[in-house]
Design a protein around this ligand. Structure first.
Ligand SMILES: [Zn+2]
Length: 173
């Protein structure tokens, strides 16, 4: 399974929304129209906003369209599109928090492996290219064959709030 297919779930709804905004003149690249900026401004982590962790520069939120349970996004709080637009402090923090996200998913889900990475630009599969975000998600041996009932029950056994609680409980304090 390609990464494009892997993250297509996240992309599908938001690309429609983002593209419609751009066409209608509502600037999707502005912070005002950005889903991630709304999440960044939604206050402390809670089951309502599904923010798992929030620091001074970076936050972690459940992917609203997960490929697997435990699929999170790691983002700068500030509205930054290109990777090169991050300050050195933001860049370092983003990486540090991504390491914590990997460790937390490993502790909470004990997966066989993880995927971690970013789609930069809409052509690369990013639904919201205006606000850079890293995907981190657990993988299990054989889960690419998700038509099998075994993989389905292993990969997607829980709701977003349950995944949120599992990761929030496991996140290092
Ligand atoms: Zn934003």
């Amino acid at each position: 399974m390609s990464l494009e297919h892997l993250w297509a779930g996240w992309r599908s709804d938001y690309i429609v929304e983002a593209t419609a905004r751009e066409r209608s003149g509502d600037q999707a690249h502005d912070a005002a129209g950005c889903v991630f900026c709304r999440l960044a401004a939604s206050g402390p982590p809670s089951e309502d906003n599904l923010v798992v962790w929030r620091g001074e520069l970076t936050f972690v939120v459940m992917n609203a369209y997960p490929y697997a349970s435990g699929h999170v996004l790691v983002l700068p709080l500030r509205h930054v599109g290109p990777l090169s637009g991050l300050t050195p402090a933001e860049s370092a923090d983003l990486w540090s928090v991504t390491q914590e996200a990997v460790a937390t998913i490993e502790a909470a889900y004990e997966p066989d492996g993880l995927n971690m990475g970013a789609n930069l630009g809409r052509a690369a599969g990013a639904g919201l290219p205006a606000h850079v975000h890293l995907h981190v998600l657990p993988r299990w041996a054989g889960d690419t064959n998700f038509m099998t009932s075994v993989a389905e029950t292993r990969v997607m056994p829980e709701t977003l709030p349950l995944s949120w609680k599992r990761l929030t409980d496991a996140w290092p304090r």
